[in-house]
Design a protein around this ligand. Structure first.
Ligand code: G6P
Length: 365
C-alpha cells in the first residue's frame, strides 16, 4: 500500500490522528467476545514466576508502564530494563522467567542482543513487535504483533499506544490465569477497553487547547514532566517526545522525587507538565504540584474534568481529557503528550518527521 501523509503536514500528525482507528483494528485482532485471543499457543501465565521486560526508547517506557499492570492486576513480579544495560550486565535469569522484548521495528541491535542473551536461559522468549517478519519476531518463541501499521515518523506514537494495548491485554490474561481477576471482571474491563478508540477521538478533539499550551511551552529552554504510578512512565515518554522533536531540554520525575532534587530548578522559566487523572494518587500529585506553584513554577496540568474542578485553580494551563478507568489512563494520556511535543516542534519549525541525529531504527550499536 502507498504510504502518504493523507493531507496532514507531517507523518507524525497523521500517525497521532489515526490512533482511534488503528487501536480499534488492533483490538479486533485480539478480542473475541468477552475473551482475549493470543496468537499461536498463547501464554500460560499460571506457570510463569516472573517477567523480564527489555526494550529501548519509547518501547522501554511501554515496558515500564506494563510493570505496574502486571504487578497490580496479576501480582506477577516484573523486572524492566533498557536493552543496552541488560545485555552487558548479563543478569541472572532464574528458572520460571519469561523474557519479553518490545520493539516497533523488531531490528534494534541492543534489544536483539538482549534477546539472544536470554536464549537458553529464560523459560520462554516473547516479543511484542510491529514488524512481524523482523529479526526479533523470528528469534522469539512467540511474537505478538501490535498491529499499528507502518510508522514513518521517527518519534514513535501509534506504535506506543499499540504496544501498551498488547501489554495490557497480556496483563489481564495473567490476572485471570493467576486467580486475581474473574472472567466477569475481565468482560467488564474489555468493554471499557473497547471504548478507548472513542475516548481517543474525544482527546484528539482537545487539540486546540493542547496546541495553545504547546506554543507557550515552545518558548521554554527547560521543561519538567511529573507523574505518579503509571503516569510516571507516561511523563518519561512525554519528556522523550518533546526533546526528540522540539530539541527543548525536558526531564521527567516521579512526582514524589520532586523534593529530592528537581525542585531546586523550579522558577517561572521552567514549565512543569503534570500528568494526573483523578485517580487514587491524585491528591498526592496535587500537593507536589502546589509545591511547584508556591515557588513560582508554571504548571500545565493534564487531567480530567473532576481533576480540573478540584485542582485547576491558579494553574497556568489546564488540558482536560475525558474520564477514563484509571487502569486504561496510560493509553489515553499518551495522546496529549504526543500532541504537546508535536505542536511545540511545529512552533519551533524543526523537522518533525526526521529530527536531527536520530534514526527510526537503530540496527547498529
Ligand atoms: C529509536 C527510535 C525510537 C524508538 C527506539 C526503539 O531510537 O528513534 O523512537 O523508540 O529506537 O525502537 P524499536 O524499533 O526497538 O521500538
Amino acid at each position: 500500500a502507498r504510504i502518504d501523509k493523507a493531507g496532514f503536514k507531517h507523518f507524525m500528525a497523521k500517525e497521532i490522528a489515526e490512533q482511534p482507528t488503528v487501536l480499534a483494528d488492533a483490538l479486533g485482532a485480539y478480542l473475541e467476545g468477552d475473551t482475549i485471543r493470543l496468537p499461536g499457543q498463547g501464554v500460560d501465565f499460571s506457570r510463569i514466576e516472573r517477567l523480564t521486560l527489555v526494550a529501548c526508547g519509547t518501547a522501554f517506557y511501554a515496558c515500564l508502564t506494563a510493570k505496574y499492570w502486571f504487578e497490580q492486576l496479576a501480582r506477577l513480579p516484573v523486572e524492566v530494563d533498557i536493552a543496552s544495560e541488560f545485555r552487558y550486565r548479563e543478569p541472572p535469569v532464574l528458572p520460571g522467567t519469561t523474557a519479553v522484548f518490545v520493539s516497533q521495528s523488531g531490528e534494534t541491535a541492543d534489544t536483539l542482543a538482549a534477546l539472544r542473551f536470554c536464549k537458553g536461559r529464560a523459560d520462554r522468549i516473547l516479543s511484542v513487535v510491529n514488524v512481524e517478519t523482523s529479526s526479533i519476531a523470528r528469534e522469539s518463541d512467540l511474537a505478538l504483533p501490535i498491529h499499528a501499521g507502518v510508522e514513518i515518523g521517527v518519534a514513535s506514537t501509534k506504535a506506543f499506544t499499540c504496544q501498551l494495548n498488547v501489554l495490557l491485554l497480556l496483563a489481564i490474561e495473567a490476572a485471570v490465569a493467576r486467580g486475581h481477576m474473574s472472567v466477569q471482571d475481565r468482560a467488564t474491563l474489555l468493554t471499557q477497553i473497547r471504548g478507548l478508540p472513542g475516548l481517543f477521538n474525544a482527546a484528539l478533539d482537545r487539540d486546540a487547547s493542547i496546541e495553545a499550551a504547546a506554543q507557550k511551552i515552545s518558548e521554554a529552554r527547560d521543561v519538567l514532566f511529573l507523574g505518579r504510578g503509571t503516569m510516571y512512565p507516561l511523563a518519561l515518554e512525554g519528556a522523550l517526545k518533546l526533546k526528540e522533536i522540539s530539541y527543548i531540554h525536558a526531564e521527567a520525575y516521579a512526582s514524589g522525587e520532586l523534593k529530592h532534587g528537581p525542585i531546586a530548578l523550579i522558577d517561572k522559566t521552567v514549565p512543569v507538565i503534570v500528568m494526573a487523572p483523578h485517580d487514587a494518587l491524585f491528591d498526592k500529585t496535587v500537593s507536589n504540584m502546589q509545591e511547584v506553584m508556591a515557588r513560582g513554577g508554571k504548571v500545565c496540568l493534564i487531567t480530567d474534568a473532576t481533576g480540573a474542578a478540584e485542582a485547576g485553580e491558579g494553574v497556568w494551563q489546564v488540558i482536560t481529557l475525558p474520564e477514563v478507568d484509571s487502569r486504561l489512563a496510560p493509553l489515553l494520556y499518551a495522546l496529549p503528550a504526543q500532541l504537546l511535543a508535536y505542536h511545540a516542534a511545529v512552533a519551533k519549525g524543526t523537522d518533525v518527521d526526521q529530527p536531527r541525529n536520530l534514526a527510526k531504527s537503530v540496527t547498529v550499536e
